[in-house]
Write a protein that binds this ligand. Structure first.
Ligand SMILES: C[S@@+](CC[C@H](N)C(=O)[O-])C[C@H]1O[C@@H](n2cnc3c(N)ncnc32)[C@H](O)[C@@H]1O
Length: 235
């Protein structure tokens, strides 16, 4: 299948749909275990990018008016967002627990001549503690992790935002499972903006918490994926 618009989640859905079918998600079977580092490494194993090299459209829209400073990109994957930020003048720290993804992200950064602007770090976000109030932008774009593990990651991420800085989360919304296109086919790694706001626990002033639609052009026509978006600021 060929996608012409931000294929990142569309391709992903094809893979996740396959595993969901094997584990009989609908109905009586237990939720399959969450994807761990080695699972992500296997997914990233191919030479070519499994996601697109283009930055996420919501990250672009939400950050292009910001003055570049230092950014923290959590769950950077193959680095598309970190690279875009670096091209815009940001100094970026990009974190992911997949060493295979980090290697691909470094190659992308090299190819786009911004390798010297990005500090890649291999770390598990469940244990990673970024410096408090140190980043002008902290972004989490499509981190798929069970809800119980997400909350402390969100709090540490929000704490890392410097005074005047921005927090941005984009994720597959819970509504996407039934009403949207693609994305993980398991409810435990999907969120609503409201849940994210609650988990943040007042750590950051919320500017926007909403459901957003992401049209995806596929060979079967235009489909609409549903994401959640939370933007906050440290006052
Ligand atoms: C769907 S990809 C999104 C990548 C990137 N943000 C993007 O938008 O292209 C999710 C990423 O989260 C990473 N990830 C999942 N759980 C993680 C964890 N506990 N610690 C660090 N990275 C994690 C995976 O390795 C994967 O690269």
């Amino acid at each position: 299948m060929k996608f012409t618009s931000e294929p990142v989640q569309a391709k992903q859905s094809a893979i996740v749909d396959g595993s969901a079918a094997q584990t009989s998600l609908a109905g009586t079977c237990a939720m399959p275990r969450p994807m761990e580092r080695e699972d992500w490494n296997r997914r990233y194993a191919s030479e070519e990018l499994i996601w697109t090299a283009d930055a996420n459209r919501f990250l672009v829209a939400q950050t292009e008016s910001l003055s570049p400073g230092n950014a923290l990109d959590l769950a950077t994957g193959e680095g598309r967002n970190a690279v875009w930020l670096a091209e815009r003048g940001w100094t970026v720290r990009a974190v992911d627990f997949s060493d295979v993804a980090i290697e691909k992200a470094k190659r992308l950064a090299n190819a786009r001549n911004v390798a010297d602007k990005i500090d890649f770090r291999e770390a598990d976000l469940r244990a990673y503690e970024p410096e408090v109030q140190s980043f002008d932008l902290v972004a989490l774009i499509y981190l798929q992790i069970p809800q119980a593990e997400l909350a402390p990651i969100l709090v540490r991420a929000a704490r890392a935002v410097a005074p005047g800085g921005t927090f941005l989360l984009v994720a597959h919304d819970s509504a996407n499972l039934k009403h949207g296109y693609g994305g993980p086919q398991r409810s435990d790694v999907l969120y609503t903006a409201e849940q994210v706001v609650v988990a943040l626990g007042g750590e950051i002033a919320i500017e926007q918490a909403t459901r957003v639609e992401r049209p995806v052009q596929t060979t079967d026509g235009l489909k609409v994926a549903i994401d959640c978006l939370v933007r906050g600021k440290r006052l």
